[in-house]
Ligand binder design. Structure first.
Ligand code: SF4
Length: 412
């Protein structure tokens, strides 16, 4: 692996105007990363990556590189783009063993972080390095949020999160697992106890229902619930996954790995309207997932999913419309149905805290630097934007960390 990575690094043209970095949401200095790697200065390369993105190792694995750095590499126009993600992965994996997170003299100022997902971890690392007294509250027993409970092990080895957690503890970050803010402790309690600012990064854990007949039957499950702990589910021999986003691909590929013989994705649109990244779709096909397009479910029965055929049309804004065709009703037979048509936020916090506005979909309203409508309360990540990529959460959260710093520093 390493030998081919060196050859790969040597192919880099060290462009004067590197398009790879422009394609990266956090503008990773890829040219310099490759340069340092080839000069045997891996620690410096690792530090540079970590300072810019504390989740560099995770991003090297789960980012849609074909749309970002690698998709913009100039060598990809006529040939093969540099395998930037592989080089970043090698460096960041190595560096995580040696990272000695520096932190300035303790400011003694407490910041509470609710949710240990990508946004919360990023902000915790940045503010702890600046001397803040950080406590993270998470409803689950392990850190990582969607990284731990939403992305399957075969795509992201969970030992990485244990290593990241150890670094956080080394920096003095306190973690309260199994602690759901809202029902018992509230944001008001945190301010009472001396927290100067509170950050909400609780993600989107509420499955969106199809709202069709049969959805409460015993052989029907929701994708995000299934991915939390696939081992506890008995799916039988045939599974129908309704939906075609990245989460649906993860569900289908996990079910196959857990021994289900026949896994089919049933989708109301066609190949062109599919929401999953191209690479996720291709891997699903390689893994043996089958696809049924242009089928819109209208009822789930004990025998499977009743659907109508659809045609894809465009509305006046160019959005896809999936129009059912009369008299095309049929049954798709299966033992288990997993519904994977998006997620929204739970409302534990906003229902117990005054002054935090949410939008129609229940997402927390903020300005561009994460300020919510309540003073001292900030938010970013999926709970603000809906489900997005990890690197997007990192990008916004870096700015939010700065805004929290400015806010707390400005307090008496
Ligand atoms: Fe190297 Fe490609 Fe980036 Fe140019 S665009 S600096 S060739 S990785």
């Amino acid at each position: 692996m390493a030998k081919s990575l060196i050859a790969e690094g040597k192919r880099c043209l060290q462009c004067a105007n590197p398009k790879c970095s422009k394609g990266c949401p956090v503008h990773t200095d890829i040219k310099e990363m490759i340069n340092l790697f080839l000069q045997n200065d891996i620690l410096k390369a690792g530090e540079m990556l970590f300072q810019n993105n504390p989740l560099s190792l995770i991003c090297s694995i789960v980012c849609p590189h074909e749309k970002q750095c690698e998709g913009n590499c100039v060598l990809g126009i006529k040939g093969q783009a540099i395998q930037i993600s592989e080089i970043e992965n090698y460096i960041s994996d190595y560096y995580l063993n040696f990272v000695k997170p520096t932190h300035h003299k303790n400011t003694g100022k407490r910041v509470g972080i609710i949710g240990a997902g990508p946004a919360g971890i990023t902000i915790a690392f940045i503010l702890a390095a600046r001397g803040y007294d950080i406590t993270i509250f998470d409803a689950h027993d392990k850190i990582g949020g969607v990284l731990m409970y939403g992305i399957p092990e075969f795509r992201l080895p969970k030992t990485i999160l244990d290593r990241i957690k150890n670094k956080m503890v080394e920096m003095g970050i306190k973690i309260r697992p199994n602690t759901l803010i809202g029902p018992v402790l509230t944001i008001d309690d945190l301010f009472r106890d001396g927290y100067k600012a509170v950050f909400i990064g609780t993600g989107v854990w509420k499955p969106k229902a199809l709202s069709i007949k049969g959805e409460s039957l015993g052989h029907v499950h929701y994708a995000i619930d299934y991915l939390k702990n696939p081992s506890v589910y008995d799916l039988g021999e045939s599974v129908c996954v309704i939906g075609a986003g990245n989460v649906a691909m993860d569900v289908a590929r996990t079910a196959i790995r857990k021994g289900v013989k026949d896994v089919t994705i049933l989708y109301r649109g066609d190949m062109n309207s599919i929401a999953a990244d191209k690479s996720e779709l291709e891997y699903a096909k390689i893994d043996g997932v089958k696809f049924e397009f242009l089928k819109k479910p209208f009822e789930i029965t004990d025998d499977g999913v009743l659907y109508q055929q659809t045609i894809v049309e465009k509305d006046e804004w160019g959005h896809d419309l999936f129009t059912p065709i009369q008299n095309t009703e049929q049954l798709f037979a299966c033992e288990t149905v997993i519904v994977s048509v998006s997620q929204g936020p739970r409302n534990n916090i906003v229902s117990t805290t005054t002054g935090i506005d949410i939008n129609k979909g229940g997402l927390v309203s903020t300005d561009l630097e994460g300020r919510t409508t309540r003073e001292g309360v900030f938010a970013s990540g999926d709970v603000v934007t809906g489900a997005k990529t990890v690197v997007e959460a990192v990008r916004v959260s870096k700015a939010v960390a700065d805004a929290i710093d400015v806010y707390v520093t400005g307090q008496a």
